[in-house]
Design a protein around this ligand. Structure first.
Ligand code: 5AD
Ligand code: SF4
Length: 434
């Protein structure tokens, strides 16, 4: 039987799809690269904002039509599945099964039951061993870096966020288990490891996250370590030191601030003030020069005044983030912020978002421009879209690189290449081999 998985959302979802894919392959299913050839389709969904959910329902509509023309088993997993549970069947009766985010290993059983003709098969249980997924089963898609789960869930309670509901409370994976997976990845040829968790900073699987970084760095063959993602309140001095002193940690830090206004941060229940956030960034010390900084902003949170928004613009200038991701506030089911009046006109929200993004684009452009003429090591990720001799790569600081290497030069995915940066735009760098 042929299957196809569609994935929305974050790296955690990407990695879950790699795990789900591995489970199906182990059962003898065959992966296909197009929905047209699939007999089983699995939608791995995101519900972080309404827009993400909308995309899923649109796709479900398309699948309903397809299912009228030919046999097709439709499964839904991911954060929307965990959030809506059996209510999904009411909204979209074409769905055959629903699999929760904490029950991944139940997939083969659910598929079997659906194939046996059972209707509305569902498991959204919270299996305590979900994060202990067998590493050898995972079917990795990237040839450049290996994603490795170190913890799942979140114990914070930001008032706008669905994640504590959709991913549950924090569970850390034992460090021996993580190190075994990292060693396996190196054996398979990976040189870059991305440690994943909803809040990696609060890792506690037998050591602190700072200690875990050291241990992963000691694994022979590991060149770069990345981490995704973290909460500022768990960003300790010890961790900042570990990041800047360890040469294997890629010099990129994503630390979501969300707003530059203390009043808004309080209503978001972010647990820090802007001053405390800046203090924590300062833990990086001298190392900060070497690190690219990235953050997330939510614009138009209930009650955000013009002054609040100006405070956000001010923090952007103060920190000079190398890059940032910004979103309009989106009211989410079963979150505390629903009780706050969403009182800002849509046009005002959009104006604010546009202004912030425009300014960030200039900052990113300026930060990228400083790299022109420099020699940098980049990791080769894939072929360029068009001409021969063109490659897509990433810097340690996570900038996208378009590399011209000449027609006859063969490069290997996942390997490092020494390059000279020749061009800087707001979205990517141009480079040639040094
Ligand atoms: N509305 C808008 N943006 C949100 N995010 C999380 N929840 C919401 C929401 N309800 C953003 C935050 C977070 C990023 C992953 O998504 O900025 O850091
Ligand atoms: Fe989307 Fe958040 Fe779930 Fe990731 S954890 S899929 S971003 S809702």
């Amino acid at each position: 039987m042929k299957f196809y998985i569609e994935t929305w959302g974050c790296q955690m979802n990407d990695h879950d799809s790699e795990k789900l894919s591995g489970l199906l392959l182990r059962e003898g299913f065959e992966a296909v690269s197009s929905l047209d050839d699939a007999e089983l389709v699995l939608l791995n969904t995101c519900s972080i904002r309404e827009k993400a959910v909308h995309k899923v329902y649109t796709e479900l509509g398309r699948l309903r039509e397809l299912k009228q023309q030919r046999p097709l088993i439709i499964g839904v997993t991911g954060c929307l599945a965990q959030q809506e549970k059996a209510a999904l069947f009411k909204r979209a009766p074409q769905i055959d099964f629903v699999l929760g985010t904490m029950a991944l290993q139940q997939l083969p059983r659910l598929v079997e039951e659906a194939l046996a003709g059972r209707r509305r098969v569902i498991d959204t249980g919270e299996y305590p061993d979900n994060h202990l997924f067998p590493a050898e089963v995972t079917q990795r898609r990237s040839t450049a870096k290996a994603l490795v789960t170190i913890m799942e869930g979140c114990n914070h309670a930001c008032t706008y966020c669905v994640v504590p509901n959709t991913r549950g409370a924090e569970r850390s994976r034992p460090m021996s288990d993580i190190l075994a997976e990292v060693r396996l990845m190196v054996e398979q040829g990976y040189r870059e490891i991305e440690l994943l968790g909803q809040n990696v900073n609060s890792y506690h699987g037998g050591c602190s996250f700072a200690e875990l970084l050291e241990l992963v760095a000691e694994v022979k063959g590991v060149e770069w370590i990345r981490l995704t993602t973290s909460h500022p309140m768990n960003f300790t001095r010890e961790l900042a030191q570990a990041l800047v002193t360890n040469p294997k940690v890629a010099p990129f830090l994503h630390l979501p601030i969300q707003s530059g206004s203390n009043a808004v941060l309080r209503r978001m229940l972010r647990e820090y003030t802007v001053e405390q956030y800046l203090e924590r960034l300062a833990y990086l010390g001298e190392g900060r020069q070497r690190f690219a900084l990235s953050t997330d902003f939510i614009v138009g949170f209930p009650g955000e005044t013009d002054e609040d928004f100006e405070a956000t613009m001010l923090v952007l200038e103060t920190v000079q983030f190398d890059t940032s991701f910004s979103f309009l506030y989106s009211p989410r089911p079963a979150t505390p912020a629903l009780r706050l009046k969403d009182d800002i006109p849509a046009t005002v929200k959009l104006e604010r978002l546009t202004r912030l993004q425009q300014r960030q684009k200039e900052l990113t452009q300026a930060s990228n421009a400083r790299l022109v003429g420099r020699e940098l090591e980049v990791r080769i990720e894939s072929h360029g879209p068009t001409e021969q001799g063109h490659w897509m790569a990433r810097t340690g600081q996570w900038q996208n690189v378009h590399l011209s290497a000449g027609k006859d030069r063969q490069l290997t995915f996942g390997s490092l290449a020494r390059t000279r940066i020749t061009y800087a735009g707001p979205h990517f760098l141009g480079a040639e081999l040094a």
